[in-house]
Unconditional design. Structure first.
Lengths: 236, 252
């Protein structure tokens, strides 16, 4: 069976919640399995994802129709290449507005494409509202809260980000210690490269990657279940 | 046999998006399975014909032979609806000659249904045209169209002024054509296909097209809004009540 092409849209309502880190790790999660992947860096001024992963990433803008075409015309391709979108908090509204105007949801249903929004949570009220807005406006979208333990007290606000019908409950991303974080943030650092070099499977970073990749694996399983559940019901 | 319906699409000025409305109408009727033919009065080349070549014939409204081609065929044509895209500036003239050939009289006797889509221009003068046109509209459906498809046109008149004109005419409807993304608009022009074909990604010859998904999405969204306006004024009821009743029966 031809599997649906996943699109992971990593976004947040607030800056500095680890959004780009998660988009990077997710892109490299596919690289680590020798699977193809295409990443899109949707930031108004400062491109970060493309600095880290230039070979896989295209910069995209939503300033004009041409920019919208460059992004969305790629996202609707049924080419079995998983897509990762790093969507800046400044462009969330614009992105989903365009998505609604061009009726992205209908096209996605018609094609074998499975979009999933990873919403990186934050205790701020704006995040609660941003999440609730997406949940209400796009009930057919698989929306998943991401609790990054690096964000202060994020666990206490778990109730702000209730599970969704198609996305399920939150996934957790463990915090990295400041030293490791500074290594990871170096421009030429690559997760895959690190694993190839290290022999120490007990290192903090190795364990972090293990946990994060298991979470990503789970997201893929959720998408797959969303795909086959109607068929299972049908055959039952 | 159903009563034939004639729809004039006109404006007293060019460049107000008259043909856009005619195209959206043709798409709308085709989608509702209503047999439709169209006349393009932009003789000799034709604009509407470029988008709907199968349905459209180019005519010269000044020529008696061409007038006969349109109106004498009305009782025999198997098309339920005849859409006539009136060349800019000729709306009042056309209405006068329709009166002279007894067409308006036939509409009065309910032998046919007559609908005018009057596309308003951005100038105050354009509102003056409403009065002039309304004089002929006693037995017709009169639909005023505010066209925002290319937002570049800035409307000089305010709602109060507009309403003072609008309220003078009994039984007039008004509809609004929303803005369409410029690049999408341009690409449909370049493709020279009906809006519906563009949305379905089909080229003029029926082969699969290669249009941007984003632009197709914009056109789909826009066309949906335009058709919702046609639905709102119950256009199908006006031009093809039988079809409407059949549709209702199917639903019941």
């Amino acid at each position: 069976m031809q599997r649906r092409t996943p699109i992971f849209i990593v976004t947040s309502s607030r800056p500095h919640v680890g959004r780009t880190l998660i988009a990077r790790a997710l892109t490299e999660y596919f690289c680590a399995q020798n699977r193809p992947v295409a990443a899109f860096d949707v930031n108004p001024d400062e491109f970060k994802l493309i600095d880290h992963l230039p070979a896989y990433t295209a910069a995209a803008s939503l300033n004009d129709t041409r920019g919208e075409m460059a992004l969305f015309d790629q996202l609707v391709l049924e080419d079995a290449v998983p897509k990762v979108v790093d969507l800046s908090h400044q462009l969330v509204d614009r992105f989903f507005q365009v998505m609604q105007q061009i009726d992205f949801a209908t096209e996605v249903r018609r094609r074998a494409i499975a979009p999933m929004v990873l919403f990186v949570a934050d205790p701020d009220e704006r995040s609660r509202r941003g999440y609730a807005m997406l949940k209400e406006r796009f009930p057919d979208l698989a929306l998943v809260p991401v609790l990054n333990e690096h964000v202060q007290r994020v666990g206490a606000y778990r109730a702000n980000f209730p599970p969704t019908r198609l996305g399920g409950g939150p996934i957790s991303i463990p915090a990295l210690s400041p030293v490791v974080r500074s290594v990871v943030d170096r421009r030429n650092f690559s997760f895959v490269g690190y694993v190839q070099k290290t022999n120490d499977r007990t290192s903090e970073l190795y364990e972090w990657m293990g946990r994060v990749f298991i979470s990503f694996r789970e997201l893929e399983v959720r998408l797959l279940l969303g795909e086959i559940t109607p068929q299972l019901r049908h055959s039952a | 046999m159903a009563k034939p319906a004639v729809i004039l699409v006109g404006a007293d000025k060019g460049g107000v998006g008259k043909t856009t409305v005619a195209r959206a109408l043709l798409d709308y009727f085709i989608a509702h399975n209503i047999r439709t033919r169209a006349f393009d009065t932009e003789s000799p080349k034709g604009t509407l014909k470029r988008f709907h070549p199968d349905l459209t014939e180019v005519v010269d409204m000044h020529s008696t032979a061409d007038q006969m081609k349109i109106f004498d065929t009305l009782p025999h044509t198997d098309a339920q609806v005849t859409v006539i895209d009136i060349r800019a500036g000729l709306l009042s003239t056309t209405l006068k000659s329709l009166r002279d050939i007894g067409f308006l009289e036939a509409a009065k006797k309910s032998q046919l249904t007559f609908t005018v889509f009057h596309i308003l221009g951005p100038s105050i003068a354009s509102l003056g045209e409403i009065d002039e046109t309304a004089a002929f509209m006693d037995d017709a459906h009169y639909i005023l169209v505010k066209n925002f498809i290319n937002n570049t046109s800035f409307f000089e008149w305010d709602p109060a002024t507009y309403n003072s004109y609008f309220n003078k005419i009994k039984d007039a409807h008004d509809i609004t054509i929303p803005k369409l993304n410029e690049m999408a608009c341009e690409q449909v022009e370049v493709a020279s296909v009906p809006y519906v074909s563009f949305v379905a990604n089909k080229a003029g010859d029926g082969e699969p097209g290669n249009y941007s998904f984003v632009l197709r999405g914009y056109v789909r969204h826009w066309l949906g809004n335009v058709w919702a306006e046609f639905d709102r004024v119950k256009l199908i009821d006006m031009v093809a009540p039988e079809v409407q009743r059949k549709g209702a029966a199917r639903q019941a």
